[in-house]
Design a protein around this ligand. Structure first.
Ligand code: SF4
Ligand code: SF4
Length: 460
């Protein structure tokens, strides 16, 4: 019989935070030495880094995180867009604009509207979507979710297509997760929001108020055969120090039980939402602490993809890209039907980065990073354990870099502004030259020529 303590033991976490309060800089530096070897960290070691206050030491944490991200995933940054499909929800989460008691209008997309939204996203250049549904068994039963996924994969616009659909639906049964798996999803994401039981109880009403239903959802997903799962916390609901240790405990639990840790960890930070009950974060996280969270997670769970959204301002996103983030949304709308028009219905939260995809890409290039629309791994069955075997030692970047180059070349050919075409061509040349294995470099060149000749969806 599973118990919450198998995943998160509150007393243990509080004890670690207390015990590591006065860890010396010398200890912290030794921990960073270990972290730089991409071995991950124990909860105790994470506690020491969480409690680091010295500016020099924090700069070392950032530097180590930058190194680990670069050695595992290279310079690529994968782009995606969320697609909000339905804002009907039977829950009343205090921080969310979709909560049932918010009187703002609701919308559920018809399959025709899904196709329209997808065409808009494809014509921007997106290849990966994250689907978002409020929880409502009548409005969004699993059959509807599956139909939406099928519609997305079947919708093409010119040369555009969606190649990977990740899904965020409410905690569900193994049977329903199996249907998601059969529909060909990439990652199943579900955030615990907060691992603190008392806060969780205060913030939630409705079926989601069941803390254990939420906590053990990933167990059911694994049982159903989904082996790429995404964890997350909504930072700002409770003490971030506790949440960081709790999410790492959850990752360790999955690794131990299923042999596979989280494919991704998301770091949404509380953001105002029209119609939400709470208009300020109960445990607000400063920008500096937010970046520290990202860096520590990168060091503690080095193999995981780390995701940031447009809840964050462009300047914070840019900093986050350099301390551990490996995936980002761009040009997001957070209400159903929000792409291509101003939506009159509820938004889940307010976005703080309203730039177009092309503008986001221009800034990524200016940082020396490589935008990627790659979706290769799950299509080649590099998921679950197979993926982890490559990600843990950093072998995965042998695929990430060439695939980023090829998919970014598609973007440049089909969607980029003249300025991005120019800076993007220079970036492709630079990153192509950085491929160490000459056979892979030559093969990438050949494939780039095929992309230039009009072929699409070529990957390693
Ligand atoms: Fe519904 Fe999710 Fe919003 Fe809660 S966070 S009100 S479950 S959409
Ligand atoms: Fe992601 Fe795999 Fe592509 Fe790398 S090669 S960007 S890990 S899908």
């Amino acid at each position: 019989m599973l118990s919450v303590n198998d995943i998160v033991t509150e007393d243990l976490i509080q004890d670690i935070l207390n015990r590591t309060k006065n860890a010396s800089d010398k200890i912290a530096l030794a921990i960073l030495e270990k972290a730089r070897k991409k071995k991950g960290l124990t909860l105790e070691e994470v506690g020491c880094l969480i409690n680091a206050r010295d500016d020099g030491l924090i700069a070392e944490i950032f530097d180590a995180a930058r190194q680990v991200k670069s050695e595992i995933y290279g310079e690529r940054l994968v782009l995606f867009a969320p697609l909000y499909v339905s804002s009907h929800c039977v829950n009343n989460c205090a921080y969310c604009g979709f909560r049932q008691d918010n009187g703002a209008g609701r919308k559920k997309l018809s399959l025709e509207e899904v196709a329209e939204q997808v065409k808009i996203l494809e014509s921007m250049g997106h290849k990966r979507l994250l689907l978002e549904f409020g929880e409502d068994p009548k409005e969004s039963p699993i059959d509807y979710v599956v139909e939406v996924i099928k519609t997305i994969y079947a919708t093409k616009c010119g040369l555009g297509e969606i190649r990977r659909v990740n899904v965020n639906i409410a905690a569900d049964t193994a049977e329903n997760y199996r249907q998601l798996k059969d529909a060909g999803i990439g990652t199943y994401q579900l955030f615990q929001e907060t691992y603190d039981r008392k806060t969780y109880k205060q913030l939630h009403q409705g079926p989601k108020a069941d803390y254990e239903r939420q906590l053990f959802a990933m167990d059911r997903a694994f049982e159903a055969g989904i082996d790429d799962v995404g964890l997350g916390v909504l930072f700002g609901l409770y003490d971030w120090r506790f949440e960081v240790l709790a999410i790492i405990s959850h990752a360790r639990y999955l690794e131990k039980k299923f042999g596979v840790g989280p494919h991704t960890i998301s770091v949404p930070r509380w953001q105002k939402a029209d119609g939400a009950l709470w208009q300020s974060a109960p445990s607000a996280v400063s920008d500096d602490d937010f970046l520290k969270i990202i860096a520590i997670l990168r060091l503690a769970v080095p193999y995981t993809g780390m995701i940031i959204s447009t809840r964050e301002r462009p300047e914070i996103r840019a900093k986050a890209f350099s301390v551990g983030i490996s995936q980002t949304s761009a040009a997001s709308r957070t209400s159903p039907g929000g792409y291509g028009q101003k939506s009159e219905t509820a938004n889940q939260f307010c976005v703080a980065d309203e730039r177009t995809l092309d503008e986001v890409i221009a800034s990524i290039l200016a940082q020396g990073l490589l935008p990627s629309f790659c979706t290769a791994c799950y299509r080649l069955k590099r998921t679950g354990e197979n993926f982890m075997e490559l990600a843990k030692p950093g072998e995965i970047q042998k695929y990430c870099r060439p695939n980023a180059i090829l998919t970014f070349q598609e973007y440049l050919a089909d969607y980029a502004s003249p300025a991005v075409k120019e800076s993007g061509a220079r970036a492709i040349q630079k990153h192509l030259n950085a491929i160490e294995d000459s056979a892979v470099r030559e093969e990438t060149k050949k494939r780039l020529a095929r992309v230039a000749a009009g072929e699409r969806d070529i990957y390693f």
